[in-house]
Design a protein around this ligand. Sequence first.
Ligand code: 13P
Ligand code: SF4
Length: 360
Amino acid sequence: MADGFQFAFTPEIERVTAPAWEKVKAHVTPMEWRLHAPLIAEINRLKRQKNAVILAHNYMTPEIFHGVGDYVGDSLGLAKEAARSDAAVIIQAGVHFMAETSKILSPDKRVLIPDLRAGCSLASSITGADVRLIKQRYPGLPVVTYVNTTADVKAETDICCTSANAVQVVEEAARQWGVDRVILIPDEFLARNVARQTEVKIIAWQGRCEVHERFNRDDILELRAAYPNAEILAHPECPTEVIELSDFTGSTAAMNDYVLTRKPKQVVLITECSMADNVAGDAPETEFVRPCNLCPHMKRISLENIYEALLHDRYEVTVDPAIAARARLAVQRMIDLPPPAAPARYDLVKARHHVAVELI
Ligand code: 13P
Ligand code: SF4
């Protein structure tokens, strides 16, 4: 139980939290809501008092996403919001690399993460020292780094990317450096999936997202057989065999846009579990088939520890200023690119061809 707080579900709290309840009531029971709602109301009061903003990733649970998130979205959207926000405090409802990215972009703000253990298997797959060795091995080639990395790794990087803009960043890096090969680290599957959508040759690292790597070809074939009319959307951190059998691949924000724009009758989101719950709150006409894998790191963030983070100003995320300055160049280069073009027809995002990548 969050310390110092009285959990009374009063009529006034019921009234102020009613809009969030409307979004989550398909996935949260009334009994749970009577526990969540007082915390939501108190978190929203403390935010105003402390001039704090909550940046919540699409994988947060629905009561966080719809109840207290001031800005919700994918990694690219959260990074842009961190750069433009004028709040004094950023609470990162997401994982540690996202909080570091916010600090890199907003060094004068206090950046807090409710649980310092909220890591990421991709971020822990590579170090700055690894990147220095890669650069020695491939001199003259640009290093494109997924934002799912530590500040130390970003500091060794030429330009960052997210799953929303990886193809665009790779092509831009090849153009600016005047080369036909680009190093894209650390997610092997993202690299393989980008390679299928560009003529630029890709050199990849063997990092994996522990959540998305668990989906496989048989999962998709079984879904196709059981739900022949469902549209299947997969995150680009999934294995290539999964992407090949899906109807669309895109970042969490792109999947959200797909559902809200195309309004499919039935959809499957091949990604983290909370994603479907959150999109469903805004897409009442779509039926969601829900195979999913939980991200144990994202799931460390709760309403209780967000409340405690605000109350006690914890846990502050800091980045060595010299590392932050170098990392900022790589993140800012990405942010300064024009927004990735929205696909005219989403299904055209399917790959042009299957291409081998060079593994480091
Ligand atoms: P998005 O950038 O698509 O939100 O993905 C972040 C992430 O961690 C996916 O696993
Ligand atoms: Fe990292 Fe995968 Fe979790 Fe995203 S879902 S934070 S990539 S482990």
